[in-house]
Design a protein. Structure first.
Length: 301
């Protein structure tokens, strides 16, 4: 016992008094936070479960949006605008003109002789005159720019006709827009639900400690000393809810990886890392924010 006392006194001597006071305050704030969580009792389970559920829904949609973007990019890169050149126009010259159009990524030239030879190999139609035009396969840098590039191509003289998978491109763009919009709405819903849940919880804690808080006020305790444990308690719920939500999100991640492998689409390298990072930041921020709003509303400090 004496050795412990001597060690304690020795440590105290080597710690500046102001630092020692700060450590004591931090220790007391930590203990007050734990005390508040314990007083909430079994309600903690319901709060954390609700937090984990809404965070899982958001995380799953957010992660799926990354995969959908990968599919759109993959399919978009395979979309080509087939440009058919008039007989009296040099395809090399036309290719150089089209390269000047914004968002054009690549152009491959298929001469009418090459196309006719390919058709003969597939259909055996030798003996007929070649009716095919020279063709340019134009690839754009982003699927959403296909329509804009087509509008520019219509202004270029020497083009006989052109075609591309217009319906598929528009549907992919619509699907991406809808999915991103739904994800944004879910984010707003997550924020609102989180704040409501934390607000109700902190209100219960404040009511259960009403007399104790009043005594601390009369003793001249700092307002922040009363507030910080409640804010940390809210952040604790968000953090634990985010940790638990990682379990179902891992299942979603594995399922999406299998889909990527099946469709031979390269998954986003840092997609899951970004989702997890945003999930924790959002959960802690919204939960702590909900605590602060509750304190401001129910605790006049």
């Amino acid at each position: 016992m004496n050795k412990k006392r001597i060690l304690k006194e020795t440590v105290k001597k080597h710690i500046p008094q102001r630092h020692l006071s700060s450590l004591r305050i931090m220790y007391r704030i930590g203990m007050e936070t734990i005390y508040g969580i314990k007083r909430t009792g079994l309600i903690n389970i319901a709060i954390i479960a609700a937090m984990a559920a809404i965070l899982t829904i958001f995380g799953a949609l957010f992660r799926t949006s990354f995969s959908l973007s990968s599919y759109v990019d993959k399919l978009g890169n395979e979309f080509e605008i087939s440009v058919y050149i008039k007989d009296n126009v040099d395809p090399v010259y036309m290719s150089s003109r089209i390269r000047e159009i914004e968002h054009v990524k690549n152009i491959s030239i298929i001469t009418k002789e090459e196309a006719w030879a390919q058709m003969n190999r597939e259909m055996d139609i030798s003996g007929l005159d070649n009716p095919l035009p020279d063709t340019l396969h134009v690839t754009v840098d982003d699927p959403k720019n296909i329509v804009a590039v087509c509008d520019q191509l219509k202004k270029v003289s020497g083009i006989q006709d052109m075609s591309y998978a217009q319906d598929i491109a528009k549907r992919l763009q619509t699907m991406t827009t809808v999915f991103n919009t739904v994800t944004a709405f879910v984010l707003i819903a997550v924020a609102i639900l989180t704040i409501i849940i934390i607000n109700c919880t902190i209100q219960l804690v404040i009511q259960s400690r009403k007399d104790e808080i009043e005594i601390m006020r009369l003793m001249g305790v700092s307002n922040w000393y009363i507030k910080i444990p409640l804010i940390l308690q809210g952040a604790f719920y968000g953090f634990v809810g985010a940790v638990i939500s990682l379990i179902p999100l891992n299942t979603v991640q594995n399922g999406l990886i299998k889909l990527h492998t099946f469709f031979n689409v390269e998954p986003s390298t840092f997609a899951m890392n970004i989702v997890v990072f945003c999930l924790f930041i959002m959960a802690i921020f919204f939960s702590a924010g909900g605590s602060m709003l509750s304190i401001k509303k129910h605790l006049q400090v």
